[in-house]
Design a protein. Sequence first.
Length: 314
Amino acid sequence: MSLTKTLGAAAFGLVALTSVSAMAAGDGKLIAIITPSHDNPFFATEADGAAAKAKELGYDTLVLSHDDDANKQNQLIDTAIARKAAAIILDNAGADASIEAVEKAKKAGVPSFLIDREINKTGVAVAQIVSNNYQGATLGAQEFAKLMGEKGPYAELVGKESDTNAGIRSKGYHDVLDQFTDLKLVAKQSANWSQTEAYSKMESMLQAHPEIKGVISGNDTMAMGASAALQAAHRGDVIVVGFDGSNDVRDQIKAGKIAATVLQPAFQIAQLAVEEADAYLAKGSTGKPEKQSIDCVLITKDNADKLNNFTLAK
């Protein structure tokens, strides 16, 4: 029988009590799935996708959340090792801060399969499977430039500085937008992937630059915060473009409050990581390179109806 446990940071102290039955899975049939907080639907979808595929392949699962805290992540890696996990599926808590934890798992004989975020070292994880963030960012930027009429003042909300994806997306945006001399970046701030922070930063940006005509965001959560602040300021005319492909932003696109987003297929990537873990455990190889990227898809009103839980229906 498959065991799925979801343990947030607050519940970490109860791991020894709540996961006793998982200890019996130390026969090579336990997969630990560790992501940031499931309060963000993107990470919840990752966990759901990985757990579903693991169950389908006959594994027990231990689903954990590090809440983007490298110290908590380190403790959860220790938990996975102690439970004799066969493999770890990890959306990590920092490109540099996570290296030591992944190395520790490798030394303990537990292979790691990274999803969504890379670490700044190769040869430690078996696989690093991510969305093609640069390709996706250029798609979003091209749509943003078109909607802006290739001119006007705009603002950018950037993700967490420790996250490689934040920098890659911003570079992709600017490699497109900086070609248009009449598009003027008047404000750029990090909102750390947070909707609450994005709301506050957007309020400040509007006060300093009431002329803003558009906002391009490093993820959907920040786009939601920006959109809410713009609506509160009666500036529904400002063009907002996000990145992720969440149901929340899909609904905002359909309502005409957000213009577009870029889908990164979280569910597909998580399931692929489990399939590769299964292959590695059976054969000692995934048959694929360590670093793999999956292309993103632009989401607008034209195809928003086909989007659900970070999956686009064909």
